[in-house]
Design a protein around this ligand. Structure first.
Ligand SMILES: *Cc1c(COP(=O)(O)O)cnc(C)c1O
Length: 382
């Protein structure tokens, strides 16, 4: 692949994520799938959801997959099914989407944060054991931006202290750790089909993966108010179902996911070449340790003067995003946990220095070129 810059005279405008381009590439298959569901008039759970569950379980490499309403619901149901509640502590990272810790708190348990490894942005396994108390019941590693957390040492600490590991794999479908796909390591794996995830639906949706058939059957009960038989409730659940239209659309997209992931990885390696070409040494690029694959839900760089750079890019029509501008321990919603600025310096530094550049299978080379050119201009001019 030639990583040369083509000059662009006109200011360029392109989206941060182009779902319209993706739809254009699968239009006929998607419309056929939607039509099939409309003709069946079977909208809640049913055959389409069952088929997606089987296809996804096989794709991830687990025995069972259980569809539910969202990635957030997957985390909440997952915590509930293993019995996490009032008085329990669950260790996780403060540098993640709010749902990870929100799901813990909404079960009545306490999120206990530990800092991240600045090289991967994922939870630092070495800091988990010192945070374990008599109340600790589980750990939720998040495979942030599409890069698996360092699972082996996490599973090892969990085994020593009899903690459950629930993987938050919402951003990392298809990513591998030592040759196996994430979502197959913990007792449960939680996925999201939010439209901007690597496998995104036409609305909300989620999935829980597990090797444990008994947990899967209790999850299937929890998502329909706790009933197995009609109008008999053995325990209380909720309404958290995946619907047939989502499942039918996701089945179409799952068939393309490997190829789309490959294209994301190619775009990432093209970014690497372009950054090298401009010798932008002030910038740290994302990379995967040799035992893992990155599926680049986001391509997140670390850069000095991040906010100024973002404004400059925006003035050039180059979109970018900040994930996440504040770590969770400093959010008002978690004030009762009594954390303070300085508690997790790596997460705090990351939230001030990281910037996500556009990455998706349909990303055009000229747009990537324009992004890098503008970044080079910013650092050379200033
Ligand atoms: C998207 C996301 C979730 C929540 O998924 P929803 O489907 O939006 O509820 C949870 N955790 C992480 C890390 C996410 O990125």
């Amino acid at each position: 692949m030639e990583a040369k810059i083509k000059s662009t005279e006109r200011p360029i405008h392109f989206p941060f994520l182009d779902l319209k381009a993706q739809f254009a590439s699968i239009r006929d298959e998607t419309i056929a799938a939607i039509t099939r569901v409309m003709e069946s008039q079977q909208f809640i759970l049913g055959e389409e959801v069952q088929a997606l569950e089987q296809e996804m379980a096989a794709w991830i490499g687990v025995r069972e997959a259980v569809g539910c309403a969202s990635g957030t619901a997957a985390l909440e149901l997952g915590l509930q099914v293993i019995g996490i509640g009032q008085g329990d502590e669950v260790i996780t990272t403060p540098y993640t989407f709010v749902a990870t810790a929100g799901a813990i708190a909404r079960q009545g348990a306490r999120p206990v944060f530990v800092d991240i490894d600045p090289a991967t942005f994922n939870i630092d396994p070495a800091q988990i054991e010192p945070a374990v108390t008599r109340r600790t019941r589980a750990v939720i590693p998040v495979h942030l931006f599409g890069l698996p957390a360092d699972l082996n040492p996490i599973l090892e600490v969990a085994r020593r202290h009899r903690l459950a590991v629930i993987e938050d794999a919402a951003q990392a479908i298809g990513a591998e750790y030592k040759g196996k796909r994430v979502g197959s390591f913990g007792i449960l794996g939680c996925f999201s089909f939010f439209p901007s995830k690597n496998l995104g639906g036409a609305g909300d949706g989620g999935m829980i993966t597990t090797q444990d058939r008994d947990l899967a059957s209790r999850l299937r009960q929890l998502r329909v108010h706790g009933s197995r038989e009609k109008y008999r409730y053995e325990f209380l659940g909720t309404n958290s179902r995946l619907d047939a239209l989502q499942a039918a659309i996701l089945r179409v997209k799952l068939r393309h996911l490997s190829e789309w992931t490959e294209r994301r990885r190619e775009a990432a390696s093209r970014y690497q070449k372009l950054f090298a070409h401009y010798r932008l040494e002030e910038i740290t690029l994302p990379s995967a340790p040799p035992d893992r694959t990155h599926v680049y839900n986001q391509f997140v760089i670390r850069c000095p003067r991040r906010d100024e750079l973002r404004d400059f890019l925006s003035s050039r029509g180059i979109p970018s995003e900040i994930y996440y501008p504040s770590p969770l321990h400093l959010q008002p919603a978690f004030a009762d946990l009594n954390y303070h600025e300085g508690d997790f310096p790596q997460a705090e530094a990351a939230s001030k220095e990281t910037l996500a550049l556009p990455i998706y299978p349909e990303l055009r080379e000229e747009h990537q070129d324009a992004a890098i050119k503008a970044i080079a201009e910013f650092y050379k001019l200033s």
